[in-house]
Ligand binder design. Sequence first.
Ligand code: AMP
Length: 212
Amino acid sequence: MNKPLIIALSKGRILDDTLPLLAAADIHPLEDLKKSRKLIFDTNHDHIKLIVIRATDVPTYVEYGAADMGISGKDVLMEHGAREMVEVLDLKIACCRLMTAKVKGVPRTTGRLKVASKFVNIARQYYYEQGQQVDIIKLYGGMELAPILGLAHEIVDIVDTGNTLKANGMIPDQLIADISSRLVVSRSAMKQKLSTIQPIIDRFKAALAHNN
Ligand code: AMP
């Protein structure tokens, strides 16, 4: 029997925007992805299965070919490095901005800048390109707290409405990248399963064209 095609989905915020797009691409999970505690799901296509995993794990599954395709935020792909995969479509969902942010009304330190972020690779690269020497401090959430308690001067984080920053006395500063979710395909699947994958990509394309 042929191995099924695995599509990795990011759970959480992106999943809400992904589900209507999947339905428009005629991929229907046989169970409610948000209610079940399962991690792998059958669909209306015998040969297509969905896995629902942490957003940051999606590129890892795709990189190693354990998942053939994935839907992942550009922020996660940039931070991961996204080796061994091809970004085939901008799905234009979960749109936001990756930005530096600072405390309102406080001038930039003349000393060495400390930056807190969960996007340590992106932050390192960004400040390097700016010619700015920085210490990057890895955090897993609640980055806005770091400047308040003096752990860092600036943060690099996702900004959507800007309300989280504002509520913590911070303002967005420099834009690093516009973010949206992307459809990615593992290089090995691209070589070995293109005849199965191409119709799926085409259905996503049609669904997007219909949305716009
Ligand atoms: P906001 O207060 O609307 O600017 O939302 C910012 C917070 O929501 C950030 O701390 C992010 O962690 C999270 N967030 C907003 N949009 C996204 C997205 N598309 N992907 C991941 N995280 C997001």
